[in-house]
Write a protein that binds this ligand. Structure first.
Ligand SMILES: Nc1ncnc2c1ncn2[C@@H]1O[C@H](COP(=O)(O)OP(=O)(O)OP(=O)(O)O)[C@@H](O)[C@H]1O
Length: 891
């Protein structure tokens, strides 16, 4: 039945290079079966069996493309999946993907090959008897190379006329019993594959590869086959084509350009084959390239085929994308005629065995007729293949040992890295310890300062009694000072009073003087009136009297004058007396005032002296207090120094103890590392021994083979053919058993090595964990210490703040007291200067009064003397003249 080959498209997301180039996206997936490409203003849409966008994962691709094929393989069909596309679009990712280190499990990114192997073995669980073999070849520069066998020998492709297919001569097909084995071989083949970095792909495949899985299944179908047993064969070819590459764009040169040229050439032929198939051309150019020869059966043949075309969405790959889509679209029209492979029944098998016996008989005859061991070509080739297989096995084991050596090296490198990390950690630890020491130093300093402050506070507290006493003294002095100030105030009062008194006295004096002057002028007026009356009476009498009586009158006048003189004398005496009394009063008042003044002066001097004494006392108390505090501070500083030293010693001791502990831990870790390194070294040294052991075992094997073949040769002489057949069969069995045993031994050695490595890795892991936990523990310890230090520092700071606040309060109080004292002193000074000013003012006023009084007294005296000397005689003369005139007129 004809069926079209299935074509799928997978478009990945933009890769890093395309993102860096800011390449636009020209591909979109409108539906599960369609893909659209924008080419300028045009958009082209292509339909396929399924389109996978960038979001689709490996599992969905496998489930859609490859999983359905597994059922067909188990039904006895040949199936092929191949990936086609521009370089770097994800062919290898789709076909191989991730293989992982543990081949018994599938990584998430596992591609079609590993998933097919796993799924196949899962499905085969229901098949009673089966065998699975895999092969892996690559087509590199038009040479077929065996990726599981000898790569250096190119394989030949020839047509298998009987089976109507293409055979690869000498291909190494390895039987696998588990999926893990299949994956291991796939990984081994991938490692051997030709890859190189190009501008488009860092790990570009430079070849086409075919990974084939062949399944033989023994089944029994009573209905169809008449109960006969038969063997069914199915085959899955998984092809990862090399990427088509625009050499001018990829910038490939030399070897890379040659590889790209070869890949492009074979892909071109593939395209021509596809076109010819689609066009139903009578000639299909399969033989034009080895690729098309290998894929001959998959393209237009009896195989179920699927193609996955891979694309980049970037605008920069538009040309290649369109070309790939055209290619894939054309391939959709290829029609295959899938057929079940021929089943092999028992008869066929017997006839195959007969052929084998015949071949062996030919060997026997050849051995009989010639000296030495002679085999026919097929047996020889079989033996060669077996020997080659053993050689490959040895190579594999060597590679495994090499791999293990690499792992050893890596483990050693890890240990080196761990050691250097350890050193770094140690340095970091040292740095941390130094930091801790510094922090502790700061802490110690803070503690010392705090203690100092505390001791100062204690000193304050301890000396509080003395300070209180001193404060009491200070208070007493201040009270005394207050008293003095009050006394000064009282004194000022008294001064005020005295001043008022002096003013009143001066006014009184003024009044007395004024009344004395008024009395004197009154008396003088009365005297003058009396004299005038007398003179007028004398003049009247003189005018009446005769001149005779002039003498009489003259006598009377003399009498009057005498009387007047005596009356004047009386008046003078009275005035003098009054003036003397005033003078006495003034002198007494002055005396009193001076006495009071001197008493006040004395009082002021006493007060001043007292004030000075108080000030001296305050100063002495203050200096005493200062000395006391200084002494207390010095004492406490000594105590603090001692405590500080003790604390530093304690901290140092703790740090040393901790450092010792850490050192011990580190040295134990180092010892552990050294022991592990020693063990590794030992293993490293014993590795050649193990290899030598393997070699010697192999040599033994070879010797054994030689012995066996000698024995065989000896036995062959004279043996009957039937016996020979039996012996040969036995020998084969023995050989297989012996070979298995040897392989087992080698595998044991290898397992042992693996176990050692595992132990070593566990040891390294343990060491690493231990080291990490030690480091973590240390870091934790340091963190705790830091937290403790921080909290202690915080507490100390709080205490310090409190202490400082207390000190500030005390200082404030003391300053306030000092200010009060200073203010009081300033007030005293002001008062004393005010007192001095008042005193000076009073003295000036007294002086001025004295001067005024003295001037007035002198003026009064002068005017009195003047009057007495000038005015009174003139008046007297005038009176006498008037008296004389009167007397004359009388006469
Ligand atoms: N669908 C995808 N999802 C995630 N990564 C992808 C996808 N397709 C390709 N890649 C990544 O792109 C890079 C190139 O892919 P890959 O090697 O499979 O390309 P290629 O077509 O095989 O190239 P070449 O032809 O040069 O060998 C790889 O790193 C691969 O992991």
């Amino acid at each position: 039945m004809l069926s079209n080959i299935k074509v799928y498209v997978r478009c990945r997301a933009r890769n890093e290079r395309e993102v860096a180039e800011n390449a636009g996206v020209v591909v979109s997936v409108p539906s599960r079966e369609q893909i659209a490409v924008c080419s300028g203003a045009h958009q082209r849409t292509y339909a396929f069996d399924r389109v996978f966008g960038s979001e689709s994962d490996q599992e969905s691709v496998f489930e859609t493309v490859a999983e359905p094929m597994l059922a067909q393989i188990l039904a006895g069909y040949n199936c092929t999946v191949f990936a086609y596309g521009q370089t770097g679009t994800g062919k290898t990712h789709t076909m191989v993907g991730a293989l992982g280190a543990d081949h018994s499990r599938l990584p998430t990114d596992a591609g079609i090959i590993p998933r097919s192997v796993h799924k196949l073995f899962e499905r085969l669980k229901s098949v009673p008897d089966y065998s699975v073999k895999v092969s892996f070849i690559e087509l590199y520069n038009e040479n077929v190379r065996d990726l599981l066998g000898d790569e250096s020998r190119p394989l030949k492709i020839f047509d298998d006329a009987g089976k109507k297919g293409v055979l690869v001569q000498g291909i190494h097909e390895v039987y696998v019993r588990t999926a893990a084995e299949g994956l291991r071989l796939a990984a081994q083949g991938c490692e051997r594959r030709q890859v190189a970095g190009t501008r488009c792909n860092e790990l570009s495949s430079r070849s086409h590869t075919v990974f084939s899985i062949t399944v033989h299944m023994r089944t029994q179908d009573s209905r169809k086959m008449g109960g006969e047993e038969f063997v069914k064969v199915g085959k899955l070819n998984l092809v990862d084509l090399g990427g088509s590459e625009n050499i001018s764009r990829s910038g490939a040169t030399n070897q890379r350009a040659k590889e790209a040229g070869m890949i492009n050439q074979s892909l071109l032929t593939l395209g021509r084959v596809i076109n010819a198939l689609v066009a139903n051309s009578p000639h299909i150019p399969y033989r034009e390239s080895k690729l098309t020869r290998l894929l001959q059966d998959s393209l237009g043949g009896r195989t179920c085929t699927s193609i996955i075309a891979t694309l980049s969405p970037a605008k920069t790959s538009l040309e290649e994308t369109l070309s790939t889509l055209e290619y894939a679209h054309t391939a959709k029209s290829i029609r295959n005629r899938p057929q079940v492979n021929e089943v092999v029944n028992k008869k066929t098998l017997i006839s195959e065995y007969m052929d084998e016996i015949e071949r062996l008989t030919r060997d026997l005859n050849a051995a009989r007729t010639q000296n030495g061991v002679y085999l026919d070509r097929a047996s020889y080739e079989q033996l060669c293949r077996e020997s080659e297989s053993r050689r490959i096995r040895v190579e594999e084991l060597e590679a495994r040992v090499g791999g293990q050596q690499d792992r050893f090296e890596r483990a050693r490198e890890r240990i080196d890295a761990l050691e250097s990390q350890l050193e770094l950690e140690q340095a970091a630890g040292r740095e941390l310890a130094a930091q801790k020491e510094r922090a502790e130093g700061r802490l110690a300093q803070a503690v010392a300062e705090t203690k100092q402050l505390q001791s100062v506070l204690r000193a304050y507290a301890e000396t509080s009694a003395d300070a209180a006493a001193l404060e009491g003294q200070l208070c007493a002095h201040q009270k005394q000072r207050g008293r003095l100030v009050r006394a000064l105030d009282a004194n000022q009062h008294r001064w005020e009073h005295t001043r008022e008194h002096v003013t009143a006295f001066a006014q009184q004096l003024d009044g007395s003087l004024a009344s004395a002057a008024a009395a004197t002028s009154r008396e003088l007026g009365a005297l003058w009136g009396a004299i005038r009356g007398d003179l007028e009476a004398v003049a009247a009498e003189m005018s009446r009297l005769s001149s005779s009586s002039v003498a009489q009158l003259r006598a009377r006048s003399v009498e009057s004058r005498d009387e007047f003189t005596s009356r004047l004398g009386v008046l003078d005496g009275g005035v003098r007396e009054r003036l003397g009394a005033v003078e006495r009063d003034v002198a007494a008042a002055f005396q009193l005032f001076l006495e009071r003044l001197s008493a006040d002066r004395q009082l002021v001097a006493t007060l001043r002296e007292e004030l000075r004494q108080r000030d001296d006392q305050i100063a002495s108390v203050r200096s005493e207090l200062k000395t006391y505090v200084e002494e207390a501070l010095a004492q406490h500083r000594l105590v603090l120094d001692r405590e500080n030293e003790e604390l530093v010693g304690l901290v140092r001791q703790t740090v040393e103890q901790q450092a010792g502990r850490q050192k011990a831990e580190l040295s134990s870790v180092e010892e552990h590392v050294t022991s592990v390194l020693g063990a590794m070294e030992q293993m490293h040294h014993t590795r050649p021994d193990v290899l030598a052991q393997v070699d010697s075992r192999l040599a033994d094997d070879e010797a054994c083979v030689a012995t066996q073949s000698g024995a065989l040769r000896r036995r062959l002489d004279g043996w009957h053919v039937v016996e020979w057949e039996k012996t040969l069969a036995r020998f084969r069995d023995e050989f297989v058993a012996w070979d298995d045993e040897r392989l087992q031994q080698v595998e044991d050695v290898s397992r042992q090595l693996c176990e050692n490595l595992g132990r070593l890795e566990a040891c390294v892991g343990e060491l690493e964990t231990k080291f990490r936990s030690a480091v973590d523990l240390r870091v934790l310890g340091l963190h705790e210490l830091q937290t403790q230090c921080n909290s202690v520092l915080r507490n100390l700071n709080a205490e310090l703040d409190e202490a400082l606040a207390g000190c500030a309060g005390l200082e404030g109080e003391s300053k306030m007291q000092e200010t009060q004292v200073a203010e009081a002193m300033a007030r005293c000074g002001q008062l004393s200067s005010a007192v001095a000013a008042v005193r000076d003012d009073l003295a000036t006023r007294l002086e001025r009064l004295e001067k005024a009084f003295g001037g007035e007294k002198a003026l009064l005296k002068r005017s009195w003397n003047d009057d007495k000397e000038n005015v009174l005689p003139a008046r007297k003369e005038r009176v006498l003249g008037v008296k004389d005139g009167n007397a004359r007129s009388v006469m």
